[in-house]
Design a protein. Sequence first.
Length: 488
Amino acid sequence: MIKDIEPGRWLFDAARRFGSSPALIAADTVINYREYQQLVQETAARLRRAGLESGARLAIVAPNRLEYVILLMACWQLGAVAVPVSTRWPAKLTRDCLRDIGCFRVVQPDDFAESGLLDEISGWSLEELVNSRVSGNQQTEPAIPEIDPDIEATILFTSGSSGRPKAVVHSLANHYFSALGSNQNISFEPGHRWLLSLPLYHAGGLSIVFRALLGGGAIGLPAPQWSLEEAVSRLDITHLSLVPTQLYRMLQQEVYIRFRARVKAILVGGSPMPPALIQRAVTSGLPVFTSYGSTEMASQITTTRSGDSAEHLLTSGTLLPYRQIKIAEDGEILVKGETLFKGYLDKDGLDRRLTADGWFRTGDLGRLDEQGYLLVTGRRDNMFISGGENIQPEEIERLIGQLEEITEVVVVPVRHEEYGARPVAFIRPRPGCVAVPDRIKSHLSARLPKFKIPDYFFPWPEELESSGMKISRRDFIRLAKAKAGPRL
């Protein structure tokens, strides 16, 4: 049973409970919950007239904006399935992935018209479907839809650490319990504003939409050209979701000095946090929450708690409500619970890929301490063998990240004639600091066997910056091969 609110009624209950409280905030627009409901009603009516039916799949290829959020809600009100797609994909990859899941309609902004995406897929203009201005014409109470919370609601694409993007199917109930557990750990109430700094085609960005509906906080949508500092300041932000790179940039610019008294939570996930970055954030007085999550579990699985120590922030926190976790004998992290996805969708239908007793294998390795805090030690498929010895790159990254002058590090393998593979490291130092290879090697030599110490330390490649939730190790491997290949 759904605990408090039927997912199909979310927006209606939010409009009744939170009324005139802001729901969506952009540069020149503030939409309250009653207006939000009306705009969704009007958009749902346009979709219905255009022929979108319950169960139909609708792809959305657009940057974060007010109209995008409204369109998502309209899809769910009709019982349709929203398929947010990365704006960074080439048109061919988008067409191929959508064809594989039987999605033949797409919405995109007018300024995406030259992408070539619509050559083989019928589409609609986002601007024509969604009006972000309230008409004020609603005269009667809208009928509340009857929506099964367990049917398909979203399809998100994830490639994990490698391979063709996988289509991950969630129900409204999955998203509901994800938001409910998150809000019990990090309060998100009327008067709060969560910056939508992660794309809506990622679980981390999409989850903010659901947290707002349950808690009554507002979603802050920054203009594309705004810096993080400008977005936090102009939208009066209280909550942020960041990847470590974004937190690094924020600390580098010291924008926190001007808003740290107002910000109540900075949720960091997507990849491990370098220890030096955590220490600097704590010293700066920032309310950081570290977390571990996955697309398959609809975002967060574990998260640290308010008041946790700096030592606890070096972990990924404790289990949130409505989730379960255990560590397999081989160290792999297994999860299940109310947030667990319905399965991967392909041409042959849904495939959950669960163990016989219902657990999902994450592919991540980790351990739980006596207090239940999770330490993620790496990904199974990142491990490589050098001279017959297993090397987990995340172990090396964690140790290099202990150095105060280091803010980010990635270790990847390159082929080696004698040993099969050898580790090399890409290092990003703090502004004004220099990463000295001999100092790094000395630090590692006291803690690791010699075969785990990288052969080369390369400067951080700014050209590989990504707006995604995770770094692309494949890109780093390609760059490492170009830089170190001839030398090994």
